[in-house]
Design a protein around this ligand. Structure first.
Ligand SMILES: Cc1cc2nc3c(=O)[nH]c(=O)nc-3n(C[C@H](O)[C@H](O)[C@H](O)COP(=O)(O)OP(=O)(O)OC[C@H]3O[C@@H](n4cnc5c(N)ncnc54)[C@H](O)[C@@H]3O)c2cc1C
Length: 502
């Protein structure tokens, strides 16, 4: 066989692309994966993650199937609860304001458990996400946010184990190989033009799967589609997701779909680098704001930090921070909640100040109107409903009353020194707009027909997320739609080869 000809070419070696490649191989296809990054930076955004995966489980028996090494001691000390299909469907509906594509959401939800089980069959391992998704209540651990499972070893572990599976299946990967454009004519797609070792080469294929991420790492596209100011956001993950896969599909008539002006963006260390740092992973994020307050340069609170559990607000609050003067905020906590702060607050690369009085703290916060901040905290403390008990494992209703911006849950007075403050800006995770696919992973054209032999999965699929996002859904979506796209692409390739043989 011509070495530059494959049954299926997958563009992008993140979680979605690797799942697509494994599924295509399982379907009997000869597969090539193209990856723009060098091997040292492999894994895309997926490698930067904590590996959190939102999955339907009916109870402990389902969890045991995904996590066979769950011990009896863990089970005895933990309230895992359940996360049903209707919980997941409701979360997707509520969080996206009922905009998301019902067919795609249904697939995502209903295939989630089976897809993780399939990943496990390929060698991926899972663990309960105690560190970030459970709190101790009395002598028991309680999961609170519908997000119980993480890939073993987080994002790096997920990518390593998927890569081991790719190796076992003898799937070829070219690193430093950027797909430039699709080879296509009126009858559909026939391959990809790839830049590798400084020259462009044609790779032909019976089917192509695009899994090359969104356009979050492209400052020009961010300003163009997300709006003014988005060029100033920091990129949380890979520098390689610049919208190339989306552009090459649109160029041959694919339909744009979804929330093109929307994205997932969070509070991220104000002094973090322009792109993600693999040594730090997701550590620049600062996600414990529900237990403190956030203030801007004017010393004012600007958002309801306790509107909902962190899993349901963090992805939209980056946008709110970006809209503040000078695009920053300080998160402030007192010692009463210090034990609740996530691991990322204790990394070395953190922009943090500490003081024993609020006056001393206010004087130390860069770029903040100190006197205004002290007035804001005094008003906040006076407005806290101290008669309602604080409980981080439920929406406790411990709110403030009468403020311009009230806090709905987990409101505590700031009065127990030492006081800690952390400076954040907006970190963009991934973009929501992308390509339109059908339930077989086939990319749809602007005319409403499938683009023959073109499939897509992962971040560059539009129509799933609007305005906001329930934590842990990106990896599950990449896996579910990657597997679907890979399976369909292999089927297409085998049909094509049968047709040639006839
Ligand atoms: C810091 C951080 C933490 C996160 N935490 C979580 C979490 O815990 N749980 C969760 O579900 N989601 C999380 N996410 C979101 C999650 O990373 C994404 O939803 C998911 O990884 C997307 O997978 P993907 O395969 O579509 O894209 P990616 O993993 O980004 O893979 C895309 C690949 O395509 C390559 N590529 C791009 N252009 C080209 C081209 N032209 N040719 C060839 N290759 C190309 C890129 O180099 C990249 O390797 C997090 C994201 C970040 C940045």
């Amino acid at each position: 066989m011509n070495p530059k000809s494959f049954d299926v070419v997958v563009v992008g070696a993140g979680n979605a692309g690797l799942c697509a490649a494994l599924a295509a191989r399982e379907g009997g296809a000869r597969v090539l994966v193209l990856e723009a990054a060098p091997e040292t930076e492999r894994g895309g955004n997926s490698r930067f993650t904590a590996g959190a995966m939102r999955v339907v489980y009916r109870g402990i028996d389902d969890l045991r199937e995904l996590i066979p090494d769950l011990t009896d001691a863990d089970i005895a000390r933990t309230d895992f609860g359940a996360y049903t299909e209707s919980d997941f469907l409701d979360d997707m509906g509520r969080i996206t304001e009922y905009r998301s594509d019902p067919d795609l959401v249904e697939l995502l939800v209903r295939r989630s458990f089976d897809t993780l089980r399939w990943m496990k069959s390929k060698g991926v391992r899972f663990a309960p996400m105690y560190g970030r998704q459970a709190f101790k209540v009395g002598d028991r651990m309680r999961f609170w946010g519908g997000l119980t499972v993480e890939a073993w070893g987080g994002g790096p572990g997920l990518i390593d184990l998927l890569m081991q599976a790719i190796g076992r299946e003898r799937i070829e990967i070219w690193y430093g190989a950027r797909a430039l454009r699709l080879i296509a004519d009126d009858t559909g797609v026939h391959g990809v033009v790839v830049r590798r070792e400084r020259s462009a080469i044609d790779v032909t294929a019976a089917a192509v799967v695009l899994a090359s991420g969104g356009f979050e790492a492209n400052a020009e596209w961010r300003a163009r589609y997300l709006g003014p100011g988005w060029d100033l956001a920091k990129v949380r993950g890979t520098r390689f997701n610049t919208g190339g896969g989306i552009a090459m599909a649109l160029e041959i008539g694919a339909s744009p779909y979804g929330n093109w002006s929307g994205c997932h963006a969070v509070g991220w260390d104000r002094n973090a680098p322009e792109f993600g740092d693999l040594a730090v992973g997701d550590g620049y994020q600062k996600h414990s704001y529900p237990f403190g307050i956030m203030v801007n340069a004017a010393g004012k609170r600007f958002v309801d930090e306790g509107a909902d559990f962190r899993n349901y607000t963090y992805a939209k609050y980056g946008r709110v921070i970006l809209a503040q003067p000078q695009q920053f905020a300080w998160q402030i906590f007192d010692s009463k909640v210090a034990h609740l702060l996530r691991d990322e607050y204790r990394i070395k690369q953190v922009t943090k100040v500490r003081a024993d009085t609020l006056e001393a703290l206010a004087a130390k916060l860069d770029d903040v109107d100190g006197p205004a901040l002290l007035r804001e905290i005094a008003a906040f403390n006076a407005a806290v409903r101290k008669d309602i008990a604080f409980d981080p494992t439920v929406r406790d209703g411990r709110c403030t009353q009468g403020l311009a911006v009230d806090k709905s849950n987990w409101a505590n007075t700031l009065d127990a020194p030492p006081f800690d403050a952390y400076a954040v800006t907006c970190g963009i995770t991934f973009t929501f707009g992308g390509l339109r696919i059908d339930t077989g992973g086939r990319v749809q054209s602007v005319d409403g027909e499938p683009v023959a032999r073109l499939y897509a999965a992962g971040e560059l699929v539009g129509g799933l997320f609007y305005f906001n996002y329930p934590g842990g859904t990106g990896l599950t979506s990449g896996a579910v739609f990657g597997r679907i796209a890979g399976t369909s692409a292999a089927r297409q390739a085998l049909e094509s080869s049968k047709a040639h043989a006839r």
